[in-house]
Design a protein around this ligand. Structure first.
Ligand SMILES: [Zn+2]
Ligand SMILES: [Zn+2]
Length: 361
């Protein structure tokens, strides 16, 4: 059975009163913020925050250890690398195809077995709970590059990459975060099960099983297996974080030149297709998260496999006509096919202040 695909080609005419594409270039923290949250401290420059020292300590230790593992891996231990990549890919798909494209953006529909599979794969990545992950990401899309964005790239590469996990959230993230609806998640019994047993599930799927399985079946040593598990976990975290950092900073903006997210092949390679980020922030409901299907986009391949099985359906994507209009109106001119039409900033912003785009999370 061919996968069912919903093609959106609606002509955009209605305008919204909220300007979505004005990038906030103002200083990150203001006096008003400090008045709002008295616990804010100034440590250096404009980078004001309250540090979570336990997170800093753990992340530093784990990264140093992972660097050491990479440095010491040798040809006799390639099997560990293969096992790590396999486990990392399962967790990675849980993040990209599950938490991101399914649970956050609802780019497609999934039957019960697929939802269970996505939940388990996501949990094996060892990241935040599904609810926290989805809420942070919806807030990120709605308030990109403002103080309310949990990993606001205006605060620099380090903050957007992992610094945001080392400090208390900006008061705006908490305030505006409450305005983002995530009630749909709690309606799903699969998500409720995940939340109820999150800690034991995470320990079991991210750490215990990936360590014990190769020990039991292939007799690998405990140290080797534990090292592989830790290396896999930290590497996968960095691949995910690169979407929030590098894919918001360095690259072209062929679809919308008014927003920070960019197109980056390197991040797409690392994050299984999530680096086509200028496109994704323009069409967040496209299940491919890219204009193209399988070009550096393993996640789309697997969603299509599940669609062939009938487990995934109603895959959403925009029509070529709609993409062309957006590219010509608001792209930076770098699109391979329609990149020659450059429009004024006012035209681009006006065109994208639309009802359709307002529904982008
Ligand atoms: Zn983003
Ligand atoms: Zn997204």
């Amino acid at each position: 059975m061919p996968p069912s695909v919903t093609v959106v080609s609606q002509t955009i005419t209605e305008t919204s009163s909220r300007p979505l594409f004005i990038v906030n270039h103002s200083k990150t923290s203001t006096k008003t913020d400090r008045a709002y949250d008295k616990s804010y401290k100034t440590l250096w420059g404009y980078f004001e925050h309250e540090i979570k020292w336990f997170n800093v300590f753990m992340l530093v230790i784990l990264h140093l250890y992972t660097f050491y593992l990479y440095y010491t891996i040798h040809i006799g231990k390639i099997h560990l690398l293969v096992w790590g990549i396999l486990m990392g890919s399962i967790g990675g798909f849980g993040v990209t195809g599950g938490a991101h494209r399914y649970f956050t953006h609802r780019c497609y529909k999934a039957n019960l077995p697929l939802r269970i599979l996505l939940m388990l794969a996501f949990t094996s990545a060892g990241q935040n709970s599904l609810f926290e992950w989805v809420r942070d990401h919806r807030v990120h899309h709605k308030f990109s590059e403002t103080d309310a964005d949990p990993h606001n790239s205006k605060r620099g590469f380090f903050f957007a990459h992992c610094g945001w996990l080392m400090m208390k959230k900006h008061p705006e993230v908490l305030r505006k975060g409450k305005t983002v609806d995530c009630s749909d998640l709690l309606e799903d019994p699969v998500v409720r099960f995940h939340l109820k047993y999150f800690i034991p599930l995470r320990i079991m799927l991210c750490f215990v099983l990936p360590t014990l399985i190769p020990m039991y079946f292939w007799g690998w040593s405990f140290t080797d297996c534990l090292d592989t598990t830790i290396g896999k976990w930290i590497t996968l975290l960095n691949c995910t974080w690169s979407v929030n950092s590098a894919a918001h900073l360095w690259g072209a903006r062929p679809y919308n030149n008014k927003i920070c997210p960019v197109e980056t092949k390197a991040v797409s390679f690392l994050a299984m297709g999530e680096g086509w980020h200028n496109y994704h922030h323009t069409f967040p409901w496209d299940y491919k998260a890219s204009e193209f299907s399988y070009y550096f986009n393993v996640t789309t391949f697997w969603i299509d496999v599940f669609a062939k099985l009938g487990w995934a359906y109603d895959l959403k994507q925009p029509s070529r006509d709609l993409i062309e209009k957006i590219v010509k109106k608001s792209g930076d001119g770098s699109h391979f096919e329609w990149g020659h039409d450059v429009v004024s900033e006012e035209e681009g912003v006006e065109f994208l202040q639309t009802k359709q785009y307002d529904k982008r999370i």
